[in-house]
Design a protein around this ligand. Structure first.
Ligand SMILES: [Zn+2]
Ligand SMILES: [Zn+2]
Length: 252
């Protein structure tokens, strides 16, 4: 097995709430300098900076992972991570972008949504506001993401806003996820005691960085069978202790 440090929740300057300094190139190079192995770009409801991130990452040793932080119909933030750039872009083009509410982004109120190339040049500005909820329900998201080879991971489940616990009051075991993101390692045991399904889940910790000094140091690790995005996604797909599949007698 290969032990990889990771940060799988990082926003670029495409997210209206992220700093302009979060260019795909800066993220790739800083993550590499910090010693991170696997880094996922997860902008709100969009993968439009993922291609530039991948190109920039070619000059580094990091494993780039394409994804997004999708805002479900219930206003639950959920990471969608894909083993290949092409699959992530297709998921965005075919599933997410056509479903976005047609609200124009107000740069003065919401922030800029910059589309960049790998050299830090601005190639466009996303006109639709990326932050609002999509019409995609949490209960149907896993299937949609899986159709593109990806996985969904409810984000910051213990956050007071946009987390599955604050919205649903529970961590449901029947939504098709085997991995969740928890803020703070110290919160895990208490959460497991209160929400039993977490004992069957893999739990990961990410930075949710919106500015460069928010990107994680290499303090979180995952064991993979191969040093690739595919390897990371496969490792995240394996729930703790056999997880829900084993508990259900392999029916799922
Ligand atoms: Zn979020
Ligand atoms: Zn986020």
């Amino acid at each position: 097995m290969i032990r990889l440090s990771y940060d799988l929740h990082v926003h670029s300057c495409l997210s209206p709430c992220a700093q302009d300094e979060m260019t795909p190139r800066n993220i790739a190079f800083l993550a590499d300098m910090l010693g991170l192995n696997a880094v996922a770009l997860t902008d709100h409801n969009s993968c439009k900076n993922a291609a530039a991130f991948f190109k920039a990452a070619e000059k580094t040793d990091i494993i780039p992972i394409a994804g997004m932080e999708l805002n479900t119909q219930e206003e639950i933030h959920t990471l969608c991570l894909f083993p290949e750039l092409r699959a992530a872009l297709a998921f965005d083009d075919e599933v997410v972008y056509p479903s976005l509410m047609r609200f124009k982004n107000r740069e003065d109120k919401n922030g800029k949504q910059l589309v960049m190339d790998e050299n830090d040049d601005i190639t466009g500005r996303e006109p639709l506001w990326l932050a609002p909820a999509t019409p995609i329900p949490l209960y149907s998201l896993a299937e949609k993401v899986k159709a593109y080879g990806g996985i969904m991971v409810p984000a910051h489940i213990n956050r007071l806003s946009w987390g599955v616990i604050s919205v649903l009051g529970d961590v449901p075991g029947d939504c098709g996820f085997d991995c969740v993101e928890v803020r703070g390692k110290e919160a895990v045991e208490n959460l497991k005691a209160r929400y039993p399904y977490l004992n069957e889940c893999r739990i990961i910790h990410n930075s949710d960085a919106h500015k460069l000094d928010g990107i994680s140091l290499p303090v979180n690790f995952i064991e993979t069978e191969e040093k690739s995005a595919k390897g990371v996604i496969a490792a995240l797909s394996k729930a703790a202790g056999g997880g829900r599949r084993a508990a259900d007698g392999g029916r799922l």
